[in-house]
Design a protein around this ligand. Sequence first.
Ligand SMILES: [Zn+2]
Length: 472
Amino acid sequence: MRIVGTRVGDRSVTNSSNEADGDGADQPRLSFPQTHPSDSGTVAGSRRRFWVACVPIFLLLIVLLAIQQSSEVRTPPPPMQTFVRPPSKLPLPRVNPPPKKRPEPLVRVNVTPGGVESFQFEIRGRYEFTSLESNQKMPANLDSGVMTVSATKTGLKLGSQAMGTNRLEIRPEQSPAIRVNGHLYRGCMRLFQRTDGKVSAVNVLPIEEYLASVVDSEMPAKFPEAARQAQAIVARTYALYQIEHADPKAMFDLLSSQRSQKYLGVEYLDGSGRRLAGESDSSRRAVEATHGVVCQRHQKLFCTYYSAVCGGQTTDGRAVFRDAIDVVKSVPCEWCRESPYYRWTTELSYDEFQSRVLDRGKQRNKKAVVQSIREQSDPQKGSISRFEIDDGQRPVSVTGIELRERLPPGTLSSPRFRIKLEKDRIVFEGQGHGHGVGFCQWGAKGQAEAGRDSLEIVRHYYPGAEIATLDY
Ligand SMILES: [Zn+2]
């Protein structure tokens, strides 16, 4: 410590460190001028001067003591004594622990819908193999590069190696690392041999990572942000509902095709070998902005059916799906007018129509010709089309859904259309693309462009639904 010297009257009080003394102590050294009778005149006068000179010294000592005490205050207190609480019959006070976050749900997506004889498989980096039959780890020494996965009598075969198991999980150390038929996927992959001898690949991954690809797979990147966020909410609810209602014995919850919702993975190769993105910064943003947000009814998830274009009026869900609930009802939607499928027209020859629709096997009179088609519902009022076809034999009742299934794929874009009989052909005039139930993707685009946010869009298509955020 160094305290600068001060001067009081003609007496000097000098504090300096005692470094020069070499004793390490930090005491002030005081020096007084020699008193001399000739200087002061009397002994009483010199005593008075002595006491006057002592005042600043006392003050200095008080300051030093105060500093020392304050430094003692800063020293940590001695450790508290621990003691054992005596047993007591009184209940301990209840302290609610902070709510625990649920782990993010995993989704199991069959990326080879329907099963296949074989598929192409590739894995990069280190990985772990587990037999899902024995729950045992297996040696991981696959061939490098692309290999074919197929089934043998003794189980799965990967490349040249027989695995000796029908169910296998491959977990890479880093994700994404697995390709199936050219699609790169996040998470891990389960390979199955089905009872019909075909093989399937099921991608298992956290739901939010899955959704990042679903948004881009289902909706064009140029659609506005609010429409893509609404798509994320609807797709999340759909997937979680399917997970909740999956058969406990099922190996997967969803298909990667439009039969569930489209899922291309992180990237994929198109028919000409071009590498295309299956997710993007934009789709990941839409998913992140709506993390955990779902639609509910009476605090339960419901199946958020959705389609590309409703064509002016969505279809009542209960007319198409058995598990559709009341909020999946028909609502007007003029927001999808810009879509090329808002209205569409197609035609078929009488021969083709009759052979596919009126085929009654041996009972059919080959010469019978469609004479009249009577419309039994109005597709513009939210119902699917229903017709009674008269070919001079027994009248046939068919719905728009049945006609879509019987005619060549893609002939009818939706199950809502009218039929006109012309001289040499049958003309179909329809509206929308897809089943038309629930959320309308092109309608979401129109609403977002009109300034509506994602929640307003979702509520329009499921009126009465609650919007909730799941904590995971
Ligand atoms: Zn619409």
